[in-house]
Design a protein around this ligand. Structure first.
Ligand code: GRF
Length: 226
């Protein structure tokens, strides 16, 4: 089986990266991570990648005079590693249209909200303040707008009455760790196509785009295969 070569961009602890690394260990998983790149030398995820024997790179944004030259450096590292797909996993730099267009339909992000609700930062506080009862995460293709682009998969979790930012973010993060590997598998296996702003799952009528986690909390059965 030919695995798609994936680069992962991180800025921090790298728990989503760790979930992707675990998934890629499965022999029948359709992707392999060939490069983990961070804009910060102190990103915890770099250690996780090194432990897994994955090549790492640091491209410090502060050492570049502007966004364009930073992105050109990131792009050339990805190309040199032979990356076919790029996953953003807690990468805390906004990307310019130049970079986004280079990787169009091959650049994926995870966001800890049910987009298009709550784009941007400070998601968990805003989620609690808004009083919503269902939160979650979204894996989507990246377009020029912030946290915008065709949605590959969403996972929903309940907001419980006693939640604070810590408990809510932990619940959403657990959903992220299930959703991202599943979404990357869909992209890497070529079983989805992009139709305008919508992602279609080829040859399937099942609701691949919906994962309910944790299913126990709501008494729901998971709709997806996880
Ligand atoms: C995650 O919540 C992700 O959704 C957001 O940044 C966070 C990264 O966490 N984009 P980690 O570094 O993967 O642990």
């Amino acid at each position: 089986m030919t695995k798609r070569r994936v680069g992962v961009l991180i800025s921090g602890r790298g728990s989503n990266l760790a979930a992707l690394i675990d998934a890629c260990r499965q022999p029948d998983y359709p992707a392999e991570i060939v490069l983990v790149l961070s804009n910060r030398a102190d990103a915890g995820g770099l250690g996780r990648a090194a432990e897994a024997g994955i090549a790492t790179a640091v491209v410090p944004h502060r050492e570049h005079p502007d966004r364009e030259s930073f992105e050109a450096a990131v792009h050339s590292r990805l190309v040199a590693a032979g990356c076919e797909l790029v996953c953003l996993a807690g990468f805390m730099r906004l990307l310019t249209p130049w970079f986004v267009s280079r990787w169009r339909d091959r650049l994926v992000n995870i966001h800890p909200a049910l987009l298009p609700a709550f784009p941007g930062l400070d998601i968990h506080r805003r989620t609690l303040e808004a009083g919503v009862t269902i939160a979650g995460c979204t894996v989507h293709f990246v377009r020029e707008g912030v946290d915008d682009g065709p949605i590959i998969l969403q996972a929903a979790v309940p907001v419980l009455p006693d939640d604070d930012e810590e408990s809510l973010s932990a619940r959403i993060l657990a959903a992220e760790h299930r959703a991202y590997p599943r979404a990357l598998a869909l992209v890497a296996s070529g079983s989805i196509r992009i139709d305008g702003n919508r992602v279609r799952t080829a040859g399937s009528t099942s609701p691949e785009g919906l994962l309910m986690c944790p299913d126990e909390a709501l008494g729901l059965r998971p709709a997806g295969a996880l």
